[in-house]
Design a protein around this ligand. Sequence first.
Ligand SMILES: [Zn+2]
Length: 432
Amino acid sequence: MLALAVFVLSVSATVIAAPSEKVKSLRFWTAPDHTRLVLGLTSPVEHKVFSLDNPPRLVLDLNNIKFEATLPTFSTGHKVVNLMRQAPRNNKDLRVVIDLKTAVNAKSFILKPNANYGHRLVIDLYPKKNKSGKKPTVVKKSANAAKGNKWVVAIDAGHGGEDPGAKGYRGTREKVVVLAIAKKLAALVNKQPNMKAYLVRSGDYYIGLRKRMEKARKAKADLFVSIHADAFKDQRARGSSVYVLSNRGASSEAARWLANSENAADLVGGVSLDDKDDMLASVLLDLSQNHTEDASAKVASEVLKNLKGVGHVHKKQVQRAGFMVLKSPDIPSILVETAFISNKNEEAKLRSSRHQLKMANAIMKGVKAYFAHQRLPSAPTVRVAKATYKIKSGDTLSAIALRHHVSLALLKKANAMRSSKIKVGQIIQIPS
Ligand SMILES: [Zn+2]
C-alpha cells in the first residue's frame, strides 16, 4: 500500500499542474490558555496536524493548495510560538511548520464562510500542562481569594479575536470598543469597597459563549454583565438597550434578530470543541431559579435607568431575548447594548474614551443600586450543584437525599422543586 502510494506520488508530481486553491491569509490570536491560528482559504482543504519533539514543533500538511499569505511574526515574549515557516511539498501540497516554545495539544477544525470571512482552517494550540501542575493551582487560589466578602461582578466584553462583532461606518469594531468599556467598568467596580471585578475577556481573543458563563461561575460571580454594541441596517437606529434572558421568546422581532446574530458569534469566532453538554445545559436552564430571573430583571432596570441619564435609550423597557450568554441558571445576568455602532454619531461616541467612561459609570451606578438591596451572604448560598444526578427507575427524592448526605429540603431548594415528584431521566442538582 505504502509503496503504491509513493509510486503514484512520484509519477503524478511530474504531471500535476500547480494547485489553484490558496491559503490567502494567516492570523493568530493569543488567549490566556491557548493560541489560535486561523488560515483563510479559498476552499475547505484536507489537512493533517502532527507534532514533533526536540525541539517541539507542530506540522500542518495541507493537500493541493499553495501559500499566498504573509507569515505572522510572534513577539519574543510569546508563550507558545517561536516562529512559523512554510514550504511547498510534492509540487502541489503545502507544509506549514510551527516552531514551538512548549509542547502543545492541537485541535483543528474548518469554519464555513460567513459575512466577514471565507473558509477557514482553525488550529488551537493548548500548551501541555506541566507535570508540576503549577498553573491550575494558582488559578483556583486566586479565584477563591478574590471573593473574600465582596460581590464579584463578571464583566464580559462581547466577541473578540476572530469574531470582530458588529462594524461601524468608519470600520470601528465592536470587539474593541466593548473591551475598552469593560475595562473602564472593571476599574470602577474595583474602586467599590464591597465589590470585585472579574474580566471574562481581557484581550483580543475569542471565548465560546458557554465558556464565558463557565469562567464567570469559576470566579464565583454574583452578577454577569455582558457588554456589546448594537448594529442595524437602518443607520438611524440609536441608543442603548438592556436585555435579560427570555426563555419563552424574544420581546420583539428585532430582539430575536439581535439574539440570533449575537449567538452566531460562536460560528464566527469558532466554537470550542468542549462545548458539547447542550443537554445538560438545557436541563439546568429548566431548573433556572425564579430568583435569578427576578434579580436579573432588577439589575437590568437599574442599569437602564442610569443609561437614560447618559443619552438616548433605544427601548424604554428592559428587553428580553434568548441570548446564550445570559443562560447561567444561578447568576443574575444582563446584556447591555451600549449604543448603535452602525449609527455614525454613536460610532464616534463609542470611540471616545470620555464617552466610554460615561457608559461604564452609568452601568456601575445601576450595579451599585442593585447590590444596595442585596445582602452579602455570610454562609455559602445554594448555587448550582457541583454534582448532578440522573433519576433512575425506582428512585425517590428522599432516598437520593439520604444517599448524598443532604436534607430533602435543601435538595428541593437547590432544584427549585415544590414537590418531591421526579421523573426517570430527569437530571437534578446535588448541592454540596
Ligand atoms: Zn455584540
